[in-house]
Design a protein around this ligand. Structure first.
Ligand code: NAP
Length: 346
């Protein structure tokens, strides 16, 4: 059976979405975007946005095309930009190159685009289809959050025992989970613009919080996230390993109180942080949960017990069952011997 035109559109769009994934660890603060030019059912050029300041997906796909794209259909996972920034407007580029049709995965929430790319294309007589796909929007949770609400997408990462413990009372916590789970955390770090930790973790573990897995290297280099430490009184030692990271360190102080998490998130977003990974102990993880400033939790559950004197997952109190609150499990999978559970805030 010949696929319908809408099935063909979906098939090419999912290829564009796959291409966009290539920019997962490098495109920020820009979004990940993939693009294909198709003529007579044949892909004649494909590309994705790799680094901010370099070619947008539409431009890279054009460079890849071995011939003129006049009359072709462009499949773009995100609405083409409508304004000149570091690079010319992509909507104009598509017009100038005479594409006949543009199929868009998701509308760009950026106030300077947000439908204006579509309008520009349509007013030039180009046939535009907006598929409005969840999978296309889901490529960019961090970018969407930063642009729409002015805070990064906050992902809490916790490694816990079966009895929900995250460190021994002595502070010892390395390693609760196995090697495979720790390797999985490398992917979470690689995609993050910044990692937030607490001074308690820096003092107890002296972690390096870097991306070390060379699978995440692009153009021969590993992009390191910035390390942000909630450290009200500046107790981070000058010798801490985090200072060796190429991503840089930002110490957040708050004389006479605690770091204001909501204000910190707003500042990080203003500074271009799309995805923030929180790798901290129960005090800061608890503060994020209590203040409801998180979007997603990645919980690695190790099949072992650490006992009642070990530290909890989140340090805050609820007295009555009526005040308990939950989260929604969105995914689960085995990672080595550990269970990885992904949760969304409700
Ligand atoms: N299993 C895991 O996934 C995991 C991950 C990381 C760490 N850990 C373990 O966790 C233990 C450390 O936990 P922790 O609870 O002591 O340290 P933490 O949560 O990493 O850091 C807590 C500190 O952050 C500072 N802070 C600043 N602003 C804050 C705010 N708004 N809310 C909360 N805290 C704020 C506070 O110190 P100031 O008042 O001085 O600012 C606070 O004591 C270690 O044993 C470590 O091994 C486990």
């Amino acid at each position: 059976m010949t696929p319908s035109s809408s099935e063909v559109d979906l098939m090419f769009m999912f290829t564009a979405i796959d291409l966009a994934e290539n920019g997962r660890n490098t495109a920020s603060p820009n979004p990940c975007v993939g693009c294909l030019y198709v003529r007579d059912g044949e892909v004649i050029g494909q590309g994705w946005h790799q680094w901010t300041g370099q070619g947008h997906a539409e431009v890279c796909a054009l460079e890849d095309a071995d011939r003129d794209v006049r009359g072709a259909t462009a499949y773009v996972s995100l609405e083409p930009c409508a304004f000149e920034g570091r690079t010319p407007a992509c909507a104009q580029l598509l017009i100038d190159h005479g594409v006949a049709r543009v199929v868009i995965g998701a509308i760009d929430p950026h106030p300077r685009v947000s439908g204006q790319g579509v309008a520009m294309l349509r007013s030039a007589g180009i046939d535009v289809t907006v598929l409005d796909l969840e999978a296309a929007a889901a490529l960019n949770p961090g970018y969407n959050a930063r642009v729409r609400r002015g805070t990064p997408w906050v992902r809490l990462k916790v490694a816990a025992s079966l009895d929900g413990r995250t460190a021994m009372a002595s502070g010892e916590s390395q390693w609760i989970t196995g090697e495979a789970a720790r390797a999985d955390v490398q992917a979470l770090r690689a995609r993050s613009c910044a990692i937030l930790t607490g001074v308690g973790t820096v003092l107890a573990d002296d972690p390096s919080l870097t991306v070390r897995d060379t699978r995440f290297a692009v153009d021969g280099r590993l992009r390191q996230p910035r390390i942000v430490v909630a450290d009200s009184h500046g107790r981070t030692p000058a010798t801490a390993k985090i200072y060796r990271s190429e991503g840089g360190v930002q110490i957040e102080r708050a004389e006479g109180g605690k770091v204001d998490l909501n204000a910190l998130l707003a500042r990080l977003a203003a500074d271009g942080v799309n995805e923030l990974l929180v790798e901290a102990g129960p005090t800061l993880i608890g503060a994020c949960i209590e203040a409801q400033c998180w979007d997603e939790m990645v919980l690695y559950l190790a099949p072992k017990f650490l006992g009642a004197s070990a530290r909890p997952l989140a340090d805050f109190d609820i007295v009555r069952m009526a005040d308990a609150f939950g989260a929604r499990i969105t995914a689960f999978e085995m990672v080595g011997d550990d269970l990885k559970v992904t949760l969304a805030r409700v």
